[in-house]
Write a protein that binds this ligand. Sequence first.
Ligand SMILES: [Mg+2]
Length: 251
Amino acid sequence: MTLLELTHPHRLALFLDFDGTLVEIAEKPDAVRLAETTRVTLARLQRTLDGALAIITGREIEVIDAMLSPFRCPVAGVHGLTRRDAVGRAHATAVDTAFLDQAERRLEQLARPEAGLLVERKSHAIAIHYRGRPDLEHACIEAMEAIAQLDDRVRLVRGKMVVEARPSGGDKGTAVAEFMTEAPFAGRRPLFVGDDVTDEDAFEVVNRLGGLTLKIGPGKTHAQHRVADTAAFLAWLDDIADTLEKGRTIG
Ligand SMILES: [Mg+2]
């Protein structure tokens, strides 16, 4: 497959989004399952890239650990507000729990009488998912905009059928930039893969770093390359693992 030709794949640092990239998006965030074949591919890549593989996600790090288990790798969670580096050290932006409590109460007021809306409280952010009620998109965004007015350090991030309020001071781009200053990522060429608007920060950073960027699915993007869907990407990723393993045997 010639989706994206890699000249020196063994010198890559691989940064992968999770939902919509390694797993298909499900109706509810809890319903996604990582395929065993994908877990095997990740383990092969981690081995052949000397550990230079990280997940950059909107989810909490612990949730990703549970989804990937027994596979484990460095992770940036909550769109870059939390991060566990390659030696297992935790990095996190300060949390304003009073703000999150207040935001949660307001969102519950909106969600409770309506079936199909899901309020997700995270350690550092709060989100409302409207995949079950796309007709309420406007109401959800309006409520979130009102919440963002409460604190000028808060910014809104929109994803696929979800809007999140979070403190400014870290995104997927800054998370990748931080990993790139540390072993085993430093000195390698970053490749970032994602499917959603929250991945655009990382696409821009990786483009600036001279890396490669790959967008899954349709939509406006800063990524240099595009692949149609998750299945096509996973097949390509498995081919890369084959190439890396062959390279090791030969070289
Ligand atoms: Mg995604």
